[in-house]
Design a protein. Structure first.
Length: 424
């Protein structure tokens, strides 16, 4: 191979940062290299990254393999011990061209491969300017990094550091740059996006930032948020939900569980009633809004009744798309020291919760059938509605915005009359 290939795992923030990595590595003159931008949210994410690294080495015996991301930040020794890996960079180092110019030579010891600094010492997030997000029709824009909270199951603060925000002016400039590059939809993303601004002068909020971006860059046709913590939602954001048609009616919620005792043991800052109240308020302001949510099944000490409460919460909130994760103990987290549940039971509970989620999703698809929707066409024969429901759109041109009536669904995504949409 030649050039620089970036393989990305995990969140939308990683997707954005991979473009920064690609540009910085090329600026450093790196060639014949594969960069792995890893995720650490579950043990499975680490396993998948290691498997992909081994496969890449078999297929590219002469390439330089560099591992970075949250997995590398939290488990540098694990990756440096792999003979397939030539260097390990931390989450801060991966964004600087100097890191790629100072890579260790081939054949060094595992310890010499590591270029990972203390992420907790990083106090600012510099604006990273990119012109495009490879392979995507919607652009991700980093507004925040890190997290000040310490949920007992989560390793991510140790991979990302403490919360820090990108100044509003830099966010606006990057949004303008992306729109000038042809993007019609922009997604504001961060590790804990709803904590945006607490470290900036005047303590602006995520809602105020979103309002400012839409006002200063009127060419943006669709603005989205990535995952949010509903307990931190501010009045500006609620005003956007109610009154701004360019603010897309979909929110991905970090719910994690539906049982109040488990939520406390997770050290979450909300209870189930808070989530239900928020979803109800948002739906009254914008009836077409849809919610997706993350939930963990099989958290330590979880009872059958507690597990059932997660399904009840998903139903009470009207979650359209439920993302279920079997609990995965991460070394170094408090939850890993709690009384664990048998792995088979964890998997069984996750499967049951997914089944309940599939029922909710089918009901959502049924409600969407017969409605008129505006679709952003993507590169893979698919599109998404404004409330982020997938639609099959084979043959339609990527990046086009198309209005179409939803004819039905196949249980996985919505279906339209493609020829009618093309003629419209």
């Amino acid at each position: 191979m030649s050039g620089v290939e970036v393989i990305t795992f995990g969140c939308r923030l990683n997707t954005y940062e991979s473009e920064v990595m690609r540009a910085e590595a090329k600026a450093a003159g790196l060639n014949n290299a594969i960069l792995f931008n890893t995720c650490a949210v579950t043990a499975e994410a680490t396993r998948q990254a290691r498997q992909a690294i081994r496969r890449a080495r078999r297929e590219n015996p002469n390439a330089r393999i560099i591992v970075t991301g949250c997995g590398a930040q939290t488990e540098a020794d694990t990756f440096s011990a792999m003979p397939e890996v030539d260097a390990v960079l931390g989450n801060e180092e991966k964004l600087k061209s100097a890191s790629y110019r100072a890579l260790p030579d081939f054949g060094v010891s595992a310890e010499e491969k590591i270029r990972v600094n203390d992420i907790m010492s990083v106090t600012e997030t510099a604006p990273q300017m990119v012109n495009a997000i490879d392979g995507h029709v919607r652009a991700f824009l980093q507004v925040q990094n890190g997290c000040d909270h310490r949920c007992t199951f989560c390793i991510i603060p140790y991979g990302r550091g403490n919360s820090r925000s990108v100044p509003m002016g830099a966010v606006v400039e990057q949004a303008r740059r992306l729109v000038e590059g042809g993007y019609r939809e922009v997604v504001l993303t961060g590790v804990d996006a709803t904590s945006y601004g607490a470290d900036l002068p005047g303590t602006p909020t995520l809602g105020l930032l979103a309002k400012t971006v839409l006002k200063q860059v009127p060419e943006i046709l669709r603005l989205r948020l990535s995952s949010i913590d509903s307990i931190e939602v501010d009045p500006h954001l609620m005003d956007l939900i109610a009154n701004e048609p360019r603010f897309m009616p979909h929110l991905h919620l970090s719910l994690q569980h539906g049982d109040d005792l488990i939520l406390k043991r997770m050290k979450r800052r909300h209870l189930s009633a808070d989530a239900i109240r928020f979803c109800g308020d948002a739906r009254r302001l914008r009836p077409e809004i849809a919610f997706s949510a993350d939930m963990i099944a099989g958290f330590p000490t979880e009872t059958d009744e507690a597990a059932e409460n997660s399904a009840r919460l998903a139903e009470a909130c009207g979650i359209a798309q439920l993302h279920v994760f079997p609990y995965s103990p991460r070394p170094g987290t408090p939850a890993a020291r709690m009384p664990q549940i048998d792995r088979a039971l964890v998997k069984a509970r996750a499967a049951r919760l997914r089944e309940r989620g599939e029922v909710l999703y089918a009901a959502h698809l049924n409600r969407m059938t017969g409605t008129r929707q505006t679709l952003l066409i993507e590169n893979n024969g698919m599109a998404h509605t404004e409330n982020f429901t997938g639609v099959a759109t084979p043959g339609l041109k990527p990046r086009d915005l198309v209005s179409a009536t939803i004819a039905g669904h196949n249980g996985r995504h919505l279906i339209i009359d493609v020829e009618a949409a093309r003629a419209a």
